[in-house]
Design a protein around this ligand. Structure first.
Ligand code: ADP
Ligand SMILES: N[C@@H](CCOP(=O)(O)O)C(=O)O
Length: 293
């Protein structure tokens, strides 16, 4: 039996659509696997009632297939589904790390990234790896067709999750198909600024680099109260605010001393829009961790 804790993640970080990701220190899924002749999946925890246990429909089913590793699998969800916090990815990442160990497949963490990403294709239609990469490797990650680069970064974050669901599949439908050269230049500049900020653990540069003129404005329209939440976070000292993944969670970078106020401001702004929300005062954290084997 192998048990793995796989963290929530925030993808895109504004300027890095389908490329950037960050592991969050909390929340997390816990995935336990045991060898079995046939694969079965049991799901408990946050939002378990919305998650299919059929291996054809659960993200971990695709990982079992790719590793040819049938198992009895238990997923204890800490990451709410349809959150923008890489819920579907956390289970797939945890399963990839756990099954690789259970069956001694000998794959490196980097090699497990595209395998876990197959699970994302099951739910969103696209095998985007920007959530599974940080959930497996930890830190801030840059994932392209060539592979993943990761750096450890110490950046305080607040992630505010409203009590509404946005599916990644739906939110990918509003992504513009083209962008102007001006928007491209701005996005490249912001993405590079954010990457430098991560390498220096500098919340000012990270926040500055979160601005994105192409995808985020379209996604923000799907989140009631987004503009007020963003404004209140900045008023409380946030250095940057954007949609987390496909939403509805909203992520803010800040200094440690401002984290509580940023969290309170964001919750309050959602409440003003009539929406209950909870905030995780978090930071960039480690990747999947083997708890037991
Ligand atoms: N192991 C899993 N964990 C979470 N969601 C899953 C899992 N397997 C399948 N799903 C489905 O994936 C969808 C949530 O994924 P997605 O829309 O990408 O949101 P998130 O941003 O939270 O990952 C839901 O429809 C859910 O039922
Ligand atoms: N790059 C993807 C990331 C989706 O993240 P999720 O946490 O909402 O699943 C996208 O923006 O579609």
């Amino acid at each position: 039996m192998v048990t793995v804790r796989a963290p929530a993640t925030s993808a895109n970080l504004g300027s890095g659509f389908d490329v950037f990701g960050a592991a969050l220190s909390r929340p997390a899924d816990v995935v336990t696997v045991e060898r079995a002749a046939e694969t079965t999946i049991e799901v408990t925890g946050v939002g378990a009632q919305y998650i299919p246990e059929d291996p054809e429909k659960n993200t971990v089913g695709a990982v079992v297939e790719a590793l040819d590793a049938p198992a009895r699998i238990h997923i204890d969800k800490g990451v709410r589904p349809a959150s923008g916090l890489g819920s579907s990815a956390a289970s797939a990442a945890g399963a990839a790390v756990a099954l690789n160990r259970l069956y001694d497949r000998g794959l490196s963490r980097e090699e497990l990234v595209p395998i876990a990403a197959e699970g994302e294709a099951v739910v969103s239609g696209v095998a985007h790896a920007d959530n599974v990469a940080p959930s497996i490797l930890g830190g801030f990650t840059v994932t392209t067709a060539e592979g993943t680069h990761s750096v450890d970064a110490a950046v305080p974050l607040v992630v505010c999750l409203p009590d509404v669901a946005v599916s990644t599949r739906d939110a990918r439908r509003v992504v513009p198909e083209t962008a102007s050269i001006e928007d491209l230049v701005e996005t490249v500049g912001n993405a590079a600024t954010l990457a430098v900020g991560m390498c220096r653990s500098d919340p000012d540069l990270v926040g500055l680099g979160m601005t994105d003129p192409v995808v985020t404005p379209e996604r923000a329209r799907l989140i009631t109260g987004y503009d007020d939440v963003r404004e209140r976070a900045f008023d409380a000292g946030a250095t940057g605010v954007t949609v987390s993944g496909a939403g509805p969670a909203v992520i803010a970078a800040c200094r440690e001393r401002d984290r509580r106020d940023v969290a309170a401001g964001m919750i309050d702004a959602f409440a003003g829009a009539g929406i209950e929300a909870r905030a995780y005062q978090t930071r960039i954290g480690r990747g999947s961790t083997v708890l037991d084997d």
